[in-house]
Design a binder for this molecule. Structure first.
Ligand SMILES: [Zn+2]
Length: 252
């Protein structure tokens, strides 16, 4: 089947589906100018210093690592990034009443910025738009904490207890949030079509949503530039740029 025919087939499947679960990874944000930080070819993975910044043990034990982390948070491209055509296509799908859940490995908040209700988006790796205290559990918007960094606090402590603050993301070495993962898996079980977008499907337990959905009867559509371990069991694999192909398969 040619690429154009495959797009048309997937569009029909999406048209006929009513409980679509989208699973998005770094590839969904690259067209917004956000590099892949944590994938196998990611910025963090290939740079030992950057990797150190994203390791929870280094972060908790070394104030210098935290100072560098705060600077890199200030400079993160997501603060100025805009949702791309792929993000908008998923919003269109949501407005058609077809999107059951949007599970994302991305921490940039661009899906919500594109227009999804916050409770529709399950952020399995957390969000860089919130800060949290590693001691007392305080959690709040990142903006005011970054303002403190800009004003000269190199490693701003929790204002409630003096503890170490961090972005509300899952660092390497840090446990995922069980109820968030459970929600993602439950959504995958309930899906009639799972749309995996811009993810290499190599990071567990999130990648486990794919065989789970399939085992519960969902169609599996993979949109990714590179091969994934699940291409063989997918009903369709589309390799075109996400910003082109996702609007094409999501249009009514
Ligand atoms: Zn605290």
């Amino acid at each position: 089947m040619g690429a154009a025919a495959a797009v048309e087939v997937v569009r029909h499947w999406i048209d006929g589906a009513s409980r679509i679960v989208a699973l998005t990874g770094a590839g969904a944000s690259t067209e917004s100018g956000i590099p892949d930080f944590r994938g196998p070819q990611g910025v963090w993975t290939r740079n030992p210093i950057a990797e150190k910044l994203s390791n929870i043990h280094e972060y908790m034990s070394d104030p210098e690592v935290r100072k560098l982390s705060w600077q890199s948070r200030l400079d993160h491209p997501a603060w100025t990034a805009q949702p791309n055509a792929g993000h908008r296509a998923l919003v269109a799908l949501d407005r058609r009443g077809k999107l059951h859940a949007l599970v994302t490995q991305n921490i940039d908040g661009l899906h919500q910025q594109a227009g999804h209700a916050p409770d529709k988006v399950i952020e399995v790796h957390g969000t860089m738009r919130d800060a949290m205290c590693m001691h007392c559990g305080w959690r709040g918007p990142m903006g005011p904490v970054l303002d403190r960094v800009r004003a000269g606090e190199e490693d701003p402590p929790c204002e409630r207890c003096g503890g170490i603050l961090k972005s509300a993301t899952i660092s390497f070495g840090q446990a995922l949030v069980p109820h968030v993962i459970a929600r993602a898996m439950r959504a995958a079980e309930e899906a009639d079509l799972l749309l995996a977008i811009g993810t290499s499907l190599q990071v567990y337990p999130v990648a486990g949503a794919v065989p789970l959905a399939k085992a519960n009867g969902a169609r599996l559509v993979i949109i990714n530039a590179e091969p994934t371990p699940f291409d063989e069991v997918a009903d369709a694999v589309l390799r075109q740029p996400i910003g082109e192909v996702l609007p094409a398969v999501c249009r009514a």
